[in-house]
Design a protein around this ligand. Structure first.
Ligand code: AVJ
Length: 320
């Protein structure tokens, strides 16, 4: 349902401490402890994520960029008609520009993001680089209710890069796609980056790199709880764990207690047994066929799909 959707991935405004407090207290009070992954992206977490994208083990970012660069012309030719380009999430690190450079048929561009600052700079960057394109921005949650400006007679192309959809489980991914297939309407298109199933060791290394940057990214949740909520997590007493779960096919990331310990937060205490885990993130992986059928169930037909020569990552073009 929509509530879970909104809960899962939406980057929280950096200042939303009350919400973070409630999520942590609730998440640690359940028998299967978990903190929603959107809280990973405070200012510190977003900076660590940028470093993840540069890691030798973390192939998705650079592979998706290479796919877009290699096939930008083909993608542009596949998409006919005058276009309104809708980017979900600000600042795809230049990926939208790769497409906008190749697509002469883009008349309007809309960026949607929940954080006003990155949203404004993404819109400004497009405005400067493409003076002929009408630029708009929508500050809101692209996972929830949203009012888009009317599109006139342009064809909507929604761009959702980065395999961000991987944070959803299969049901929520389908619900998200269904919502957008309804929103885009007749002939609308969705260009979406989806990480592929592959060798398990490659996958697990991508989420547990040698330099420990991904471990820092997960552990930042506990640092954040100490900073913002005055919790007393001994962050050295938790270990980052990333493991591949083959059904349905996802990396599951947890913080595992290295010993028996008690954490205090908000006048409460939470006991951890050694090896007890706090789940922090899932990253779902698909075969090309699996993703195409999920999209089909959500009201999209598969138009085309592009991948790299090692079949690490895929970019799907879907039509309503
Ligand atoms: C931003 C959700 C696409 O799942 O690969 C990377 C997040 N977490 N390393 C992913 C992430 C740890 C990333 N997504």
């Amino acid at each position: 349902n929509d509530e879970t959707l909104i809960d899962l991935v939406t980057p929280a405004p950096v200042s939303d401490t009350a919400e973070f407090r409630q999520a942590v207290v609730e998440g640690l009070s359940r028998p299967d402890r978990a903190i929603p992954c959107r809280f990973l992206y405070d200012a510190a977490g977003s900076a660590i994520f940028d470093r993840i994208c540069e890691l030798p083990e973390y192939y998705p970012t650079r592979t998706e960029r290479r796919i877009l660069e290699t096939h930008a012309k083909a993608i542009a030719e596949t998409i006919r008609g005058n276009i309104r380009f809708i980017e979900l999430g600000a600042g795809s690190g230049g990926k939208a520009e790769i497409l906008l450079d190749a697509m002469e048929q883009v008349r309007a561009y809309i960026c949607i993001d929940i954080s006003p600052v990155p949203l404004a700079s993404a819109a400004a960057a497009v405005r400067t680089r493409y003076p002929a394109i009408e630029v708009d921005s929508v500050c809101g949650n692209y996972l929830g209710e949203l009012d888009l400006p009317t599109r006139g007679n342009l064809r909507d192309v929604c761009f959702f890069p980065g395999s961000t959809i991987g944070n959803f489980d299969r049901d929520d991914a389908r619900a998200f796609l269904r919502r957008w297939s309804q929103r885009l309407g007749q002939d609308g298109l969705m260009l979406i980056g989806v990480d592929l199933k592959k060798d398990i060791a490659l996958l697990e290394d991508a989420y547990d790199d040698a330099q420990g940057v991904t471990a820092q990214f997960s552990l930042n949740l506990l640092h954040r709880a100490n900073r913002e909520l005055a919790a007393d997590f001994d962050t050295g007493a938790f270990a980052h764990r990333a493991r591949y779960v083959s059904q349905p096919g996802h990396i599951e990331i947890s913080l595992v207690s290295r010993r028996d310990q008690t954490v205090r937060l908000d006048g409460r205490s939470f006991d951890f047994a050694r090896d007890e885990a706090i789940h922090v993130e899932n990253s779902h992986k698909y075969t090309i066929g699996e993703f195409a059928s999920l999209a089909k169930e959500a009201g999209f037909d598969s138009v085309d799909v592009w991948t790299d020569e090692d079949a690490l990552f895929s970019v799907h073009l879907l039509r309503v």
